[in-house]
Write a protein that binds this ligand. Structure first.
Ligand code: GDP
Length: 369
């Protein structure tokens, strides 16, 4: 599943948010077949109202939502890239995630010390960005040293080496100007050539503005949030306003009381759903479904994936032996009422290897084993 790493300075509300994620995951685990949760990993289902409708129509025995893994990466502090404390270990955790969620403190509370003495989103964001940049620079230096030695023997490997060197030099230059690697224009070949480095500043970031519950209904009334918004757009990143405290309180309430509580704060849903949707959007993720009597299941793919690639998400054999896909859009499926009815009405299309899977497609794969 998709992995999102939670980072941020101390005392900004990371653990509060992460614990809410874990509690939410536990509550869902009663209904969904999730694996065990590691201490710093929380798994939650991606809320999707289409799942229950499809499963009713298909009379499915079970529903399996897509899931997202949140990894708590505490300890990313000033000096982490220099290996201060356990910093380096935390940085290596970040290498494994698909996106970074940086919690930024936007709530005032005199009882809770801010590490820098005052609420200052710009400085918080700069500190973390700098650590990520330092770590990438360090990696790039080491790699460049190797690549510049030019060990490649044949023409093809020489070309590869050359591509990587050029990509590394471009990125190095911008990192030294304090800009993230994702802001560097690279060719597809260059991008591929440095993928193995898992550069931290290449990963998309979502800023999570942790606001007071009184700001939830209109976060932009808070000047700190406006500052985070300005920075997020400057850095081509996403922004979600959330109250970690409210998320944590929600998990302690019975389901039926949660809506009431949210209403009393002037919002209609929990911030976690928003955060998950924003992560999906930012990563360019899409959902397709399989739906039958056994189960209705949501599968996560990247935008632009073809039918065989999408089939490969279920099992690599499906991709290798792919023959064709029978597919119907979610809306057509619901209008027809079942896969069989969709077939009768000619709404079920037979698609080949080139077909690009669309958001909400309901798919049935034909393959050789
Ligand atoms: P971490 O160090 O970033 O993991 O921060 P914690 O989650 O441990 O939070 C630090 C302190 O801030 C704790 O006492 C939390 O209860 C408190 N806190 C977290 N979120 C909020 C919030 O939205 N509002 C207020 N007033 N306090 C919060």
């Amino acid at each position: 599943s998709v992995k999102a790493g939670i980072v941020g300075l101390p005392n900004v509300g990371k653990s509060t948010l992460f614990n809410a994620v874990v509690e939410n995951g536990k509550a869902q685990a009663a209904n969904f077949p999730f694996c065990t949760i590691e201490p710093n990993v929380g798994i939650v289902a991606v809320p999707d109202p289409r799942l229950s409708i499809l499963s009713q129509l298909s009379k499915s025995h079970r529903v399996v939502p897509a899931s997202i893994e949140f990894v708590d990466i505490a300890g990313l502090v000033k000096g982490a890239s220099q290996g201060e404390g356990l910093g380096n270990k935390f940085l290596s955790h970040i290498r494994e995630v698909d996106s970074i969620l940086q919690v930024v403190r936007c709530f005032e509370d005199n009882d809770i010390v801010h590490v820098n003495g005052k609420i200052d989103p710009k400085s918080d964001i700069d500190v973390i960005n700098l650590e990520l940049i330092f770590s990438d620079l360090d990696q790039i230096d080491k790699r460049l040293e190797k690549v510049r030695k030019g060990k490649a023997k044949d023409a093809q490997s020489k070309l590869k080496e050359e591509t990587e060197r050029s990509a590394l030099e471009k990125i190095q230059k911008l990192l030294m100007d304090g800009k993230p690697a994702r802001s560097v224009p690279l060719t597809d070949f260059e991008k591929d050539s440095i993928r193995h480095l898992c550069l931290l500043t290449m990963k998309p970031i979502i800023y999570v503005a942790n606001v007071a519950e009184t700001d939830l209904s209109e976060p932009s009334s808070n000047p700190h949030v406006r500052e985070v918004l300005r920075l997020a757009s400057e850095l081509q990143s996403g922004l979600v306003s959330i109250s970690a405290q409210v998320e944590s309180e929600l998990t302690e309430l019975p389901l039926e009381e949660r809506i009431e509580y949210l209403k009393s704060l002037g919002v209609s849903e929990s911030g976690l759903g928003n955060l998950i949707r924003e992560t999906y959007d930012l990563l360019g993720l899409r959902t397709y479904f399989t739906s039958g009597e056994k189960e209705t299941k949501a599968w996560t793919i990247l935008a632009g994936m073809t039918a065989p690639q999408a089939a490969g998400v279920i099992h690599s054999d499906f991709e290798k032996g792919f023959i064709r896909a029978e597919t119907v859009s979610y809306d057509d499926f619901v209008a027809a009422g079942s896969l069989a009815a969709a077939r009768e009405k000619g709404l079920l299309r037979s698609e080949g290897k080139e077909y690009v899977v669309q958001e909400g497609d309901v798919m049935l794969f034909r393959f050789n084993v």
